[in-house]
Design a binder for this molecule. Structure first.
Ligand code: OSB
Ligand code: MG
Length: 378
């Protein structure tokens, strides 16, 4: 695959409703899409950075800068046999996993199309259908939250994840658990607590949560190990795991019993698969996290979730949960028993609706290798 053209776009997309976590409220999503052309085949990737650096260090604008000034010059005109080789070309760029993932994932899409197989199969996926959960942002009241939960359960979602923060935790969890004694329920704190909150966090144990996601600092594995030793509820790490080596360290330190894998956070399909393999080898179950993606990011998440270690319901959900109209066809749909079927078409398996992408584009840059060689490739 020779990287002949790259287009980077920013799309202005508005969520159906604001999504609130312990650290931010998102309503307008600035979606960065990467379109790569190799040997006449087009592949798509999404850069999942948020507008503000409140989840991880990247933002929409840092990703644009790194992509344009460092990633494009490192790869334009280069040839690779597999998407996984992109990491080698980008090795001198420290961090910026989300920006790198946008490019790498587009190359995986191209490779799968060239092979004529679904991306999930190219990645080594073994599952035909994946279990889905719903992540629900912080709500103004418990009745409002319960109305949302009712909707998601009626739609078939297999587990409910509540966003919490100090002051919006025990009452919320207790209220929800009293009303739904049996459901698969978990919470995500997005790093809103500290070890001093140990007693409060221990009191979550009485509610039989399937896990508590990222209670402590976004970049501190050791403190989670201290906490996990004193909690019955399994800890799931999200923000902390940026590399396969972090996954190994977290598991060996017993900092968590579950890992949430996000393609953007770890740098794309090849590194995500390595994190997955570390977990599988250590019998740590994983699930696919979400970053309020457009259909392109959603389609990549679905393909990754076919890998054998993705045994828990993830945050991959229907396009209609977030968007009035997505940018892919068909949109992502969830069955009434809370599953998504892995598409059986070459590549991503969802078509990107170019006219819709163009209509939403507010910023665009384009690079090309220019004159095409007429000499045979040596
Ligand atoms: O921590 O999982 C998270 C959304 C934005 C930032 C961080 C997170 C989330 C979610 C959304 O929980 C999950 C989704 O995309 O459905
Ligand atoms: Mg999370």
């Amino acid at each position: 695959m020779r990287i002949e053209t790259i287009v980077l776009r920013e799309l202005a997309m508005r969520l159906k409703a604001p999504f609130e976590t312990s650290s931010e409220v998102t309503w307008n999503r600035r979606v960065l899409l990467v379109e790569v052309g190799c040997d006449g085949v087009i592949g798509w990737g999404e850069i999942t950075a948020a507008e503000e650096p409140f989840y991880n260090a990247e933002t929409t604008d840092t990703a644009w800068h790194i992509f344009k000034d460092f990633i494009v010059p490192a790869v334009l005109g280069k040839s690779v046999q597999h998407g996984a080789e992109i990491q080698g070309l980008l090795a001198s760029i420290r961090g910026h996993q989300m920006a790198k993932a946008g490019l790498e994932n587009a190359l995986w899409d191209i490779e799968a199309q060239q092979e004529g197989i679904p991306l999930a199969r190219l990645l080594g996926g073994t599952q035909a259908e994946i279990p889905c959960g719903a992540s629900i942002g912080i709500q103004e009241s418990i009745p409002a939250l319960c109305r949302k939960i009712d909707t998601e359960l009626r739609a078939g979602y297999q587990r409910i994840k509540l966003k919490i923060k100090p002051g919006k935790d025990l009452d919320v969890i207790g209220g929800v658990r009293a009303r739904y004694p049996e459901i698969n329920l978990m919470v995500d704190a997005n790093s809103a607590y500290a070890l001093q909150d140990l007693n409060r966090l221990r009191s979550f144990d009485q509610y039989h949560l399937t896990m508590i996601e990222q209670p402590l600092s976004w970049d501190d594995i050791y403190q989670h190990a201290v906490l996990q030793a004193q909690l019955e509820t399994p800890i799931c790490l999200d923000e902390c795991i940026h590399t396969p080596s972090h996954a190994e360290a977290a598991i060996q330190l017993r900092a968590c019993r579950v890992i949430n894998i996000k393609l953007g956070r770890v740098g794309g399909h090849s590194l995500a698969r390595q994190v997955h393999n570390v977990c599988l080898r250590n019998s740590i179950p994983v699930w696919c996290g979400g970053m309020l993606e457009s259909g392109v990011g959603r389609a990549h998440n679905i393909a990754m979730s076919a890998l054998p270690g993705f045994v828990l319901p993830g945050d991959v959900s229907a396009s209609q949960r977030y968007w009035h109209e997505d940018i892919i066809a068909p949109e992502v749909e969830v069955s009434d028993h809370g599953t998504i079927k892995i598409p059986n078409l070459p590549g991503l398996g969802y078509a990107v609706r170019r006219e819709r992408v163009e209509a939403l584009t507010v910023r665009r840059e384009h690079w090309t290798t220019g004159v095409r060689s007429i000499l045979p490739v040596m």
